[in-house]
Design a protein around this ligand. Structure first.
Ligand code: GLY
Ligand code: MN
Ligand code: MN
Length: 463
């Protein structure tokens, strides 16, 4: 945990932004996996942890936006619990660490909220993403579960998004720690990448690293020779000389901050000429993006810059026949990279995508926020000093998408479909690092680079 002053200051700032009503921030509970006492690995709600620091299940925070008074609701462990868990701190002691003086049993929460509603006070809550939280909020607030989305607090979403977007110095230190875990994961994957190894052997080994040095993976690892499948969680493949392995993986620091990196390299450790050419196109786009990011840029312009760079490379290879601009304008790059260039990164690996749209022009997106369950759009996102985002261009040859585009007559005269035939079994390449926007530009998170050039990878990938 950070010092209690950090959490007190965050809550005060949140109250300043919200001004009226109660702010209800439920922490996550233990979720049963296959029977009640065998729970999924516990993951705290990031917004609760941002404002209260506590990484324990079944605690709810309430902040009075008018007085800035915070209360934690939860139940102390009984002797029957302690038989299984060992001695635990009381809620009161945990609250003190977060600068919260008032703690109350969970059974009081419904009454506190009922009284606030009776007095016509707004109870601000974020769009819930877990089933249990939806049920809990529905019961506590007397709102039909289907109406929870309509009654969410857009003011709270925007305030939380704006605050969590801008990383403080101590948060950046945590992101650097998450990078160190990611570095160990990726360099181990590279060393293990030998013909005959099963993809899941690598996935298991690197996920073990994430648990040894932090609180586990920041998302399920993607370790696959089918890099063209963007989030390929199947890892049953046996590594074959001549193919490329895509490894997209990251870890969480002990304080819950995430890393997210991707490297793609040839099984057997030697790039073929075609692999090298395509790889260097992606690397050029990755480096180009890093060279242009500055504060106040719109994310969509950064994304477009990556498309232009990739399109220029494909033009040089003869797969695109027009200028890069024409290909991008026609939407042809969607076929080669059907995902955004990046996403926010912080306490969640796709940071704030359960909270709100990253933008400092919230008025412009209010209507869309009202309609969207989770507001994951990035179109109005403007990056500012303290923003952390991934830079993850890729080139993918997805036979189903190529065939569909060709059959529909899309990008005719722009894409050379006949030339593309030779790449149908190529797979996909993605390269990903995490960028911190600074006052005058940006830098990658981390004190070193995970091996990235053809030469660096050939030196480290197993043989
Ligand atoms: N790891 C998923 C992503 O890169 O967005
Ligand atoms: Mn990734
Ligand atoms: Mn990513």
């Amino acid at each position: 945990m950070f010092s209690k002053e950090t959490y007190i200051a965050r809550r005060a700032e949140l109250c300043r932004r919200i001004g009226k009503g109660l702010i209800l921030l439920p922490g996550n509970r233990n979720t049963p996996n296959n029977y009640p006492n065998n729970a999924y690995y516990f993951r705290q709600d990031s917004t609760f942890r941002y404002f209260f620091g506590l990484n324990v299940p079944a605690v709810v925070g309430v902040i009075d936006a008018e007085t800035a008074e915070a209360t934690l609701f939860g139940d102390d462990f009984t002797v029957e619990d302690i038989i299984w868990t060992g001695p635990q701190p009381t809620l009161h002691d945990m609250g003190a660490e977060a600068g919260v003086e008032q703690t109350r049993p969970m059974k009081d929460l419904a009454e506190v909220l009922r009284r606030a509603i009776e007095h016509n006070r707004t109870v601000h809550y974020l769009p819930p993403y877990r089933g249990e939280t939806k049920i809990e909020l529905s019961e506590l607030l007397g709102i039909d579960i289907k109406m929870l989305h309509a009654r969410k607090s857009i003011d709270l979403m925007f305030a939380v998004a704006e605050m969590r977007e801008k990383k403080s110095a101590e948060e950046i230190e945590e992101l650097e720690r998450a990078f160190q875990i990611g570095y160990k994961m990726h360099t181990l994957a590279m060393k293990m990448c030998r013909p005959g190894v099963v993809e899941r052997e690598i996935a298991g080994a690197i996920e073990g690293i994430s648990k040894s040095y932090g609180q586990g993976v920041s998302f399920p690892s993607i370790v696959s020779q089918h890099g063209e499948t963007l989030h390929n969680l199947n890892c049953d493949g046996v590594l074959e000389e001549g193919r490329m392995l895509l490894c997209d993986a990251g870890g969480e620091s002990v304080e819950g901050y995430c890393s997210d990196h991707t490297r793609t390299y040839p099984v057997g450790g030697r790039f073929t000429e075609r692999q090298r050419d395509l790889y260097n196109i992606v690397l050029r786009a990755h480096d180009h993006v890093k060279s242009i990011i500055k504060p106040h840029m719109m994310y969509r312009d950064i994304h477009r810059a990556s498309y232009l760079s990739l399109a220029e490379g494909l033009r040089e290879m003869g797969l695109i026949r027009t200028s890069a601009e024409e290909a991008v304008e026609a939407g042809a790059m969607y076929m080669f990279m059907p995902h955004g260039l990046g996403h926010g990164l912080g306490m969640d690996v796709h940071d704030l995508e359960n909270v709100g749209e990253r933008s400092f022009d919230f008025a412009a997106i209010r209507e869309r926020a009202e309609q969207s369950a989770t507001c994951i759009y990035r179109a109005a996102w403007r990056v500012e000093p303290g923003t952390v985002m991934s830079d993850e261009p890729g080139l993918y040859f997805i036979p189903a998408l190529i065939d569909k585009s060709r059959a529909e007559g899309l990008y005719k005269g722009i894409v050379d479909y006949d030339a593309l035939d030779a790449y149908r079994d190529f797979g996909g390449i993605r390269i990903e690092d995490d960028v911190l926007v600074t006052d005058d530009g940006c830098r990658f998170i981390g004190d070193k680079t995970i091996p990235i050039t053809v030469e660096e990878l050939e030196a480290v990938v197993g043989r």
